[in-house]
Design a protein around this ligand. Structure first.
Ligand code: NAD
Length: 354
């Protein structure tokens, strides 16, 4: 068996805790990468892993990603992530969520959780019965931050795409700009709606082809098959589904001068950012452009700690700062010849004291 501290993904994580509760059947890994800037914040993934080492790798990789994302978003939060190893039937019981809440609580606020793949707002409400270190809870009234982070993530990406179009194509509006979207779920669907209002030309794709077709009808957009979307000739390719799509093959297929979308971990491996740059493609580093959701849940959490509800206007103000960060990264990249993903990593590492 490989020891996880020899894994490439282990990056001096401050704490990696295995929790096993026989009574409820909970097995979880809580990974705290860095608390340099504040409590480690990041969602909980509920997933069935064929091998437990895959769960460990996910926890290590995702928690480091959260350190970078939170630092770059200017949040007073570190980075962490929890992974619950779901049974094969993916049964999720109240007892299991309660035991998970107790495990989060036992860390005394060093880790703050939220939704991720497989975990809903309802699940977070259940967890919040056992610990106060939870975010992504339903918004308390209009004008308050909170709830599903997806729409906030979409707003940040919309701002980021507009910034990329201005930077690379010299166009102040996205009217008539052709954007090809891979995935039109919570995030991609929201991005498509916002771009459509501005008169962008859209090509939509989703493995749920009915979903893509319905949205395309609503917005007067075109659709493309899932295996064709990366090769669509367009101005912006916007990945909003899976990670690791920007590998050798994916990059070779692109017919777009810009890649800007919300999917996490878009680059296949280190080095693929440079490959994009070599092809003259402007890349918006994923964890910079997709920080809208964590901005919303973090502000909700920090406000609740002070007995207040988060201010939606403050969330919107911070979302509108995402383009400034992207432009700073692209300018540094142009000046130094270092690809934007590496520029972003270096800034983030400095911010978290590494
Ligand atoms: P979602 O499940 O609502 O939507 C994902 C969509 O992608 C679904 O409609 C799915 O059918 C589709 N899809 C899956 N594989 C596909 C493929 N090969 N080709 C085309 N479509 C495919 O999820 P989401 O919340 O919209 O998240 C999308 C991505 O954004 C994920 O990578 C997620 O990690 C990332 N992200 C989400 C948030 C958030 O706030 N929800 C924040 C940051 C990053």
């Amino acid at each position: 068996m490989t020891a996880f501290w020899t894994e490439a993904d282990f990056d001096d994580h401050e704490l990696v805790q295995l929790v096993h509760d026989r009574a409820s059947g909970l097995t979880a890994i809580l990974a705290l990468h860095s608390t340099h800037l504040g409590p480690a914040a990041g969602g909980t993934r509920f997933w069935h892993y064929p091998a437990s080492m895959d769960a460990m790798r996910d926890a290590l990789r995702l928690s480091r990603g959260m350190s970078y994302k939170n630092a770059m978003a200017g949040l007073p939060m570190g980075g962490g992530k929890a992974v619950i190893l779901a049974p094969q039937d993916r049964a999720k019981t109240p007892e299991l969520l309660a035991a998970f809440g107790d495990a989060v609580d036992a860390l005394g606020g060093r880790y703050v959780t939220a939704e991720d793949v497989g975990i809903s707002e309802v699940d977070m409400v259940a967890v919040s019965k056992r610990t106060q270190y939870v975010s992504g809870l339903p918004a308390q009234g209009s004008g308050a931050a909170g709830g599903d982070p997806g729409p906030f993530t979409a707003i940040g990406i919309y701002h980021g795409i507009k910034a990329a179009v201005r930077y690379k194509l010299g166009r102040d509006s996205v009217e008539g700009v052709h954007v090809a979207l891979q995935g039109v779920g919570s995030v991609g669907g929201g991005v498509a709606q916002l771009l459509s209002k501005d008169g962008a030309k859209l090509t939509l794709s989703d493995i749920d082809e009915g979903r893509a077709a319905a949205l395309a009808r609503d917005l007067g957009a075109e659709t493309a098959a899932p295996d064709a979307i990366m090769g669509v000739a367009c101005d912006v390719f916007s990945p909003n589904a899976l990670g690791a799509i920007l590998d050798d093959e994916g990059i070779a297929r692109l017919e777009a001068p810009i890649v800007a979308g919300g999917a996490n971990n878009q680059l296949g491996r280190a080095g693929h950012g440079q490959k994009l740059a070599d092809r003259g493609i402007l890349y918006a580093p994923d964890y910079v452009i997709n920080a809208g959701g964590i901005i919303s849940v973090a502000l909700e959490f920090l406000s609740r700690q002070q007995g207040q509800s988060g201010d939606i206007n403050e969330v919107r103000k911070r979302l509108a700062q995402i383009p400034d960060r992207l432009v700073e990264i692209w300018e540094q990249s142009d000046k130094t010849g270092v690809s934007p993903d590496v520029v972003a990593d270096r800034i983030a590492q400095k911010l978290i004291g590494r």
